[in-house]
Write a protein that binds this ligand. Structure first.
Ligand SMILES: Nc1nc2c(ncn2[C@@H]2O[C@H](COP(=O)(O)OP(=O)(O)O[C@H]3O[C@H](CO)[C@@H](O)[C@H](O)[C@@H]3O)[C@@H](O)[C@H]2O)c(=O)[nH]1
Length: 316
């Protein structure tokens, strides 16, 4: 069995590759010439890498024609919400055109591949308190250009299934974190600041944005197991929430991290970390996915936070 992982050098891509190798699957991954390789350096002898610019249809067609994978995990994306306000067109183009190119190449070669696409709980956007936990039937009220790009990816998955019969499974993943999470994202950003303070590299002040927002965090290792099950047991054309079913305010998440450290800190709001519009609450209902695949989260939030701190402590 051969799997293609787009964005293999990224946070989720590297965990996906590890999971697939444990399943005995042959792994090919896409990288770009500017990709950082440190997340997958320990896997280099076990995986194959292909340089591919997903925005370029010729590049994607060549890759798909050469590799003909049976499974595709489409994880490559511009995934940081604040970047999408600074570069809205780039975010939408990158995320949407990349996926269309992939789908068109699969069609062109009439590949019977199963394709997982990484949709996002950001698509739900403005959620009313009585709508939680959020089900897949909730209206989408996106609040950022990033969320718009994910709505487009999501509905393209639906449309390519309906129009052409592509086996696309749409996973709607809530926040996820763990070792190797990029340092822009809130969990990793706060963990790294704490470790920098522990190591004496930074004054004991943590800079934060909106601490009131509530997020539903799942460990990335549970998430990639979910992506595998989505292709093994999920129905093509369907969308499935992948979530923990519990949410924390960002302040509670910070306190959890601090409970695993001895540092004494001051918290300071950095206005540049506040967003033009922030999704206030994301709390997912994963029953539909559980019923289809048996998936449920296994790694407790506290362990994820400890592992994340350990990850930053181990970095040079
Ligand atoms: N990044 C960041 N966020 C902060 C900070 N302080 C508070 N926050 C708040 O923490 C929350 C989470 O921010 P992020 O970690 O940047 O993630 P996100 O915007 O929720 O998006 C993530 O989850 C989506 C799924 O819902 C993913 O699709 C997306 O790619 C990303 O992983 C937001 O409400 C943000 O305003 C900070 O210093 N930095």
């Amino acid at each position: 069995m051969k799997a293609l992982v787009t964005g293999i050098s990224g946070f989720v891509g590297s965990h996906m590759a590890e999971f697939l190798l444990h399943q005995g699957v042959e792994v090919v991954g896409t990288i770009r010439n500017r990709s950082r390789m440190d997340h997958i350096s320990h896997l280099r002898k076990d995986i194959r890498l292909a340089e591919c610019e997903l925005r370029d249809p010729f590049s994607v067609e060549t890759l798909i024609g050469q590799e003909k994978p049976e499974l595709i995990f489409h994880l490559a994306a511009q995934s940081f919400v604040p970047t999408s306000w600074n570069s809205p067109i780039d975010t939408i183009h990158n995320n949407v055109a990349g996926q269309v190119n992939l789908f068109e190449a699969v069609r062109r070669f009439e590949l019977p591949a199963k394709i997982q696409i990484a949709c996002s709980s950001e698509e739900y956007g403005q959620v009313e308190p009585e709508e939680t936990p959020i089900r897949e039937t909730n209206p989408l009220r996106p609040l950022s250009p990033y969320a718009i790009s994910k709505v487009a990816q999501d509905y393209l998955g639906y449309q390519y299934f309906r129009s052409y019969g592509l086996h696309v499974v749409r996973t709607i993943t809530f926040n996820h974190t763990g070792p190797r999470r990029g340092e822009n994202f809130v969990t990793s950003n706060f963990a790294k600041q704490i470790v920098d303070i522990e190591k004496g590299r930074k004054a004991p002040v943590i800079h934060v944005g909106n601490l009131e927002a509530k997020r539903d965090f799942t460990d990335v290792r549970d998430v990639v197991r979910g992506y595998w099950l989505a292709l093994e047991k999920g129905q093509p054309g369907e969308n499935y929430n992948i979530a923990s079913g519990t949410c924390y305010t960002i302040a509670e998440m910070l306190n959890t991290l601090l409970s695993f450290s001895n540092v004494d800190i001051e918290v300071q709001t950095d206005p540049s970390r506040l967003r033009p519009s922030d999704v206030q609450i994301l709390l997912g209902d994963y029953r539909k996915f559980n019923e289809a695949t048996g998936w449920k989260p296994e790694i407790p939030f506290e362990r994820t936070m400890q592992d994340l701190l350990q990850y930053w402590r181990s970095q040079p």
